[in-house]
Ligand binder design. Structure first.
Ligand code: F6P
Length: 460
């Protein structure tokens, strides 16, 4: 059977289980276990210098091949070009996007080193699946190494419109690199449309039948693959959550106060500042809810070496303090801000115990928290999902969620009130519609569809 080679910036540890790994890691590990293959990427560690060869751990038919990175490589490739240039740009934050030649050459250098380290490990029948914005040039670097095997790339983030993308000085080279793949996967129609628009209007390429595009002398396929979750697993965690010690503690400490929940990596794209302000507006304009509804915001630190993340961390601390200072009482804190991570099973408890899930990113590729919140609910008495129109998930969940514009505090405050006042029957109906979507498009379905189409490459 053909082997699968997965490449991503971070590599799941071979010992990760469902409880400790994210859903994506589990789905990719399952595919690797079935087919055999390699998971290649950064080790998550730094070393005095980036080694030429990866260290390899074998578990059954799967090899985990990882490279440490030197401080300089990490700084320029990950903290620099990936997370100070591409991340903000792809999330429509030109105001936070820094362009810097040194970071760009570090990004290209690390991608080239990855290609040199990976190429000798590849076999004649491998299928290669590369993930996310850190590794856009890797495919063309592998092609330079003579690798002709089917190569797919999935972008987990949004793909920005041409107007935004062309602000990037190296946009033409970056997109030429992207076109070295056989199959490109995007989260939503919007992202695919933006890519196709760039191909036609900037790259001088053409659109062909069956989702094929022709650009830079190659024909490739570009399609929408909205990423899913392990729905059954989150439903199970939700069901079990009632019996957990955490659920009991939450019951004891909540004193009948209803909970609204937000769970996000601490990132400016997630709209957490705006969410705090919308919650403040909700309590301010509806005083009857004061002392009765609390926002629990879980926000584990992320990319802490990047200055913009340091800044958003400070801003959020200040905002939580300001709102609580204004609206707290001796027995009530409006925002319970938890700057830490929780295990999947504990998150399921928080989701199940919350009357509303506030998922209000300013821009997001998909947002799996929205999906996990829905799957963890009690179908007989579900909470309400309040979802930003700028999350990819809104394309699939718009018939069940309350869709809001996160820049409009009033509309979010209004949606919080609507969620808390929604009759049980309507909550059940909305939940049913969303759960069906999550059953129809699971993480396994997403993975299998991508790999099935990739297996048909080349698309010339
Ligand atoms: O697409 C967003 C993403 O890069 C995910 O792949 C990853 O799980 C998440 O952000 C966390 O980011 P980081 O690896 O930078 O901590």
């Amino acid at each position: 059977m053909d082997r699968l080679v997965v490449v991503s910036n971070r590599v799941a540890a071979p010992t990760d289980t469902k409880a400790t790994a994210g859903g994506l890691a589990v789905a990719l590990q399952d595919a690797l276990r079935q087919k055999g293959g390699i998971w290649f990427g950064w080790s998550g560690k730094t070393a005095a210098r980036t080694p030429l060869e990866p260290s390899i751990t074998g578990v059954g038919k799967v090899e985990y091949a990882t490279l440490d990175l030197s401080r300089k490589d990490l700084e320029e490739y990950y903290n620099g070009y990936a997370n100070r240039t591409l991340w903000p740009l792809f999330h429509y934050r030109l105001d936070l996007t820094g362009f810097n030649k040194q970071d760009y050459s570090g990004y290209l250098r690390v991608n080239t080193m990855f290609a040199h380290a990976l190429a000798p490990l590849l076999e004649g029948k491998d299928t290669i699946w590369i993930h996310d914005y850190h590794l856009i040039p890797l495919g063309s670097e592998l092609r330079h190494q003579g690798i002709e095997r089917p190569m797919g790339f999935f972008l987990h983030t949004p793909f920005p419109t041409t107007e935004i993308l062309t602000a990037l000085p190296s946009h033409a080279t970056l997109i030429e690199h992207l076109c070295a793949y056989d199959l490109l996967g995007f989260q939503t129609e919007n992202d695919l449309r933006a890519f196709r628009d760039y191909i036609v209007h900037e790259a001088g390429g053409g659109l062909m039948s069956e989702n094929r595009v022709h650009a830079y002398g190659r024909t490739l396929r570009a399609e929408v693959f909205p990423i899913g979750i392990d729905t059954a697993d989150f439903e199970k965690l939700g069901q079990r959550s009632a019996r957990s010690a955490l659920a009991k503690r939450l019951d004891v400490t909540s004193h009948g106060i209803q909970r609204v929940i937000g769970v996000d990596r601490l990132d400016y794209s997630k709209g957490i500042v705006e969410r705090f302000q919308a919650f403040e507006r909700f309590l301010e304009t509806r005083p009857a809810y004061r002392g009765k509804v609390q926002l629990t915001q879980i926000a584990p630190p992320s990319r802490a070496e990047v200055p913009e993340y340091k800044e958003i961390t400070r801003t959020l601390e200040a905002e939580a303090g300001r709102v609580n200072g204004r609206l707290a009482d001796f027995d009530f804190v409006p925002i319970n801000y938890l700057n830490q991570s929780f295990k999947r099973q504990d998150l399921a408890v928080f989701y199940r115990k919350s009357r509303a899930g506030l998922v209000t990113p300013l821009r997001d590729g998909m947002n799996l928290v929205a999906k996990e919140y829905v799957a963890a609910q009690d179908p007989k008495d579900p909470g309400v999902l309040i979802l930003s129109r700028f999350a990819g998930a809104a394309r699939e969940l718009d018939r069940g969620a309350l869709i809001v514009n996160p820049f409009d505090f009033e509309s979010t405050a209004e949606a919080i009130a609507q969620a808390l006042e929604m009759p049980q029957e309507e909550r059940i109906d909305r939940h049913k519609v969303m759960l069906k979507v999550l059953h129809d498009n699971t993480l396994d379905h997403w993975r299998d569809r991508f790999l099935t189409i990739l297996a048909e490459a080349p698309f010339e």
